[in-house]
Design a protein around this ligand. Structure first.
Ligand code: CA
Length: 429
């Protein structure tokens, strides 16, 4: 289903640096306020600019009658647009791509319109792009599940008996999903030393989890599962996700119902939602699955994507983030399509704006592990940074920066950053 918007030969009249994450083939959606006090609206990133889609809407530059009637870009979230479905998403993308082409004069030759419609990304405030009703986190990397299982149960029983048969997940907390740039406060909670009773304290084992997530639209009515062959119609686009995790709180609380307060204090996402259509040229088959999944989880076109991922750690002594992990979205054992089919197989309804995250994306090599838990093997192998500092887990003042991109022929479909600094805990009570 490749379309003209991903053509490697496309050029735009907007200046796009060679290493930009946002060439004309990407066109990721975000929500921004152009100046203090301005109403938030939807834009797309192009080079180092954001194009204000509410202005295009106002000038009636979208030809699609549904876009004209509903004006989904003059909203403070992407939800109304995500509810409209893939046909409308495609129509919008085609118009935006056309208007940004080097040979389309509409914006290129109208200086007043350009001044109104474009803002430097560095000058606007990027907001959480979606009103997230529900957030689910899967556990779909076999390498990650094997590493964690090995640490806690030994190599013999690393994977639980269900793991190869279904995409394991849990319901996360939507209210604490925050956009890149917002600081994360180290959480307080119950921790239990091995040799003593539980106590109330600041988490000492704060960690990141390198993940990607996708936003659902339009979704399904309660009681009507999304068939595996229809799942792509409901995947709007992808973001980077840092599922912050307090390992000491998690370790004490997780039996028998799974993650709770060790996860729900914060989840950071990148501000730009990359449309699934922009990633189509990077689609590939995922890993072979053995045993063969049940029929409701199989029989689809390839649903894995080749997206290079990196995690950088910046301490107060480092001038720039130091890359401590290189992984790839293609490492996932369970695909996004399988996650969505499984999530709805019981009739559970998805709504526009629901966020489904992948779980930690670890690869096969030690430098591709997507959490400090794995990179330092529970703190037994501390990382040494270029400053000479060592890290087992995240310390106050540290900044975690996730980034990712699909490498095209002469361009990159990038995700920007999901970055946040960790602030000291406030545990007095
Ligand atoms: Ca996770």
């Amino acid at each position: 289903m490749p379309d003209a918007t991903t053509d490697a030969a496309l050029r735009t009249f907007v200046e796009v640096p060679a290493d930009s994450h946002f060439p004309i083939q990407n066109l990721p959606y975000g929500v921004f306020a152009p100046y203090h006090g301005a109403a938030p609206r939807v834009g797309v990133a192009i080079g180092e600019q954001v194009l204000d889609l509410s202005v295009l809407e106002e000038k009636r530059l979208f030809e699609d009658r549904r876009l004209r009637a509903q004006r989904p870009f003059s909203h403070a979230s992407l939800n109304p647009f995500m509810a409209m479905g893939r046909e409308v998403w495609r129509a919008a993308r085609q118009t935006i791509s056309y208007l940004l082409r080097h040979d389309t004069p509409t914006l290129r030759d109208d200086e007043a319109l350009r001044r109104e419609a474009f803002h430097p990304i560095s000058a606007v405030r990027l907001l959480l792009p979606v009103e997230i009703g529900d957030y689910t986190d899967f556990y779909s990397s076999k390498e990650h599940a094997t590493n964690v299982g090995t640490m806690f149960r030994g190599a013999e029983n690393a994977l639980q008996p269900n793991w190869l048969h279904l995409p394991v997940g849990y319901h996360g907390r939507a209210s604490s999903v925050i956009v890149s740039g917002e600081a994360v406060r180290r959480p307080c909670g119950q921790v239990k030393p091995d040799d003593g009773p539980p106590r109330y304290a600041a988490s000492r084992l704060l960690d990141f989890e390198l993940e990607m997530g996708f936003f659902v639209g339009p979704g399904n009515p309660l009681g009507e599962p999304i068939a595996i062959g229809d799942t792509e119609k409901h995947i709007f686009g992808l973001v980077l996700v840092n599922d912050w995790s307090a390992r000491d709180i998690q370790k004490w609380e997780y039996v028998p119902l799974g993650p709770f307060l060790g996860k729900s204090f914060a989840t950071t996402i990148s501000p730009w939602v990359v449309p699934l259509d922009a990633l189509d040229p990077f689609r590939l088959a995922g890993p072979a699955q053995d045993p063969e999944p049940l029929s409701y989880l199989r029989g689809i076109a390839p649903c894995a994507y080749n997206v290079h991922l990196e995690v950088g750690l910046q301490t107060p002594q480092l001038e720039a983030p130091h890359v401590i992990c290189r992984s790839n979205l293609r490492n996932l054992y369970w695909s996004m399509c399988q996650q969505l089919a499984h999530h709805t197989v019981n009739g559970c309804n998805m709504r526009p704006g629901d966020l489904l995250a992948s779980g930690t994306i670890s690869g096969p090599t030690e430098d591709s592990y997507g959490s400090l838990l794995e990179l330092t093997w529970r703190g037994t192998k501390p990382l040494t940074l270029p400053s000479g500092e060592q890290r087992k887990f995240i310390e106050d003042g540290d900044r975690v920066v996730m980034t990712g991109w699909a490498e095209g022929d002469g361009y990159r479909i990038g995700f920007g950053e999901a970055a946040a600094e960790v602030l000291p805990a406030h545990c007095d009570s």
